[in-house]
Design a protein around this ligand. Structure first.
Ligand SMILES: NC(=O)c1ccc[n+]([C@@H]2O[C@H](COP(=O)([O-])OP(=O)(O)OC[C@H]3O[C@@H](n4cnc5c(N)ncnc54)[C@H](OP(=O)(O)O)[C@@H]3O)[C@@H](O)[C@H]2O)c1
Length: 254
């Protein structure tokens, strides 16, 4: 049987890069893409050095550019093979330390995290139809509920989560399985921008292992890890507003 193919958007660093490494070790054909050619070239060099693998490919693909996304999907499908799993992981992140409302930040995060994800799904839906393939969207537990200082990022992650839930039903009809991945705090370039202490911080390798095992061996819609922190956030999600707002006031005088 020929090797399966995964396309990982945002595969040049962090969770995407570590997941690419994990899939390669497990004999998948891995295609990584991102918007920055230099970062991509460095990432592919590292992956080839570590794994000495011919099963790794890269494409420059800025997900905010619908034509680049369409071109990437058709290049993979025509030149490498059918995409079995698409990990829609690419995202922009910019912490808002001062609780300021910055419209430019909102626009950027909507363009990358939301419109970019939608462009990928749009390009994938026709080629993946009735092939029993998987589209996995990397969202975040921050999307469960509005947190202080994370209006822009949290809003895009909440929208991704809602989108995944909705498409779960609609895409089942066309034979595409939709999954959502909700990691807790993972040590990456993105979270190194945070100025607060991140509880239960885990490595990108930990995230990669959980993503692989969740997508390959389990049939669940949501893959989340580590259990302790994400389960705690799940409880916050169901609290009445009065208690939820009171807790934030106690935690950080918000
Ligand atoms: N780290 C965490 O604690 C955490 C927790 C929950 C959820 N997440 C989610 O996990 C995913 C990965 O995050 P990370 O922490 O690994 O961040 P990261 O290290 O900053 O990686 C983000 C990736 O997205 C790519 N990217 C950014 N803009 C892009 C664009 N316009 N087009 C294509 N690629 C683009 C980046 O590459 P280029 O710069 O080369 O484009 C990079 O490869 C994100 O969806 C994030 O929201 C992370």
């Amino acid at each position: 049987m020929s090797n399966k193919i995964i396309w990982i958007t945002g595969g040049s660093s962090g969770i995407g890069f570590a997941t690419a490494k994990y899939y390669l070790k497990n004999n998948w054909i891995v295609v990584i893409s991102s918007s920055n050619n230099e970062k991509l070239a460095k990432a592919i060099k590292k992956l080839k050095n570590e794994d000495n693998s011919e099963n790794i490919y890269k494409f420059k693909c800025d997900i905010t550019n619908i034509n680049e996304v369409k071109k990437t999907v058709s290049l993979i499908e025509n030149n490498i093979g059918n995409i079995n799993t698409a990990l829609l992981n690419a995202a922009a992140y910019s912490p808002n330390k001062n609780q300021e409302f910055d419209i430019k930040n909102y626009e950027l995060l909507i363009d990358v995290n939301l419109k970019g994800t939608l462009y990928c799904i749009d390009a994938l839906k026709d080629v993946m139809k009735h092939r029993d393939n998987t589209i996995a969207i990397v969202s975040s537990p921050i999307g469960y509920r509005g947190w202080p200082t994370s209006g822009a990022y949290g809003m895009t992650k909440a929208a991704q989560l809602n989108l995944a839930e909705s498409l779960f039903f609609d895409f089942k009809k066309i034979g595409i399985s939709i999954k959502v991945i909700n990691p807790g705090f993972i040590d990456t370039e993105a979270t190194r921008l945070n100025s607060f202490k991140m509880p239960f911080l885990k490595s990108a390798e930990f995230a990669a292992e959980n993503i692989y095992k969740g997508l390959v061996f389990k049939k669940k819609f949501e893959i989340y890890f580590p259990f302790s922190i994400v389960f705690f956030v799940k409880i916050l999600r169901i609290l009445p507003y009065k208690i939820y707002f009171y807790l934030w006031k106690k935690i950080g005088n918000f």
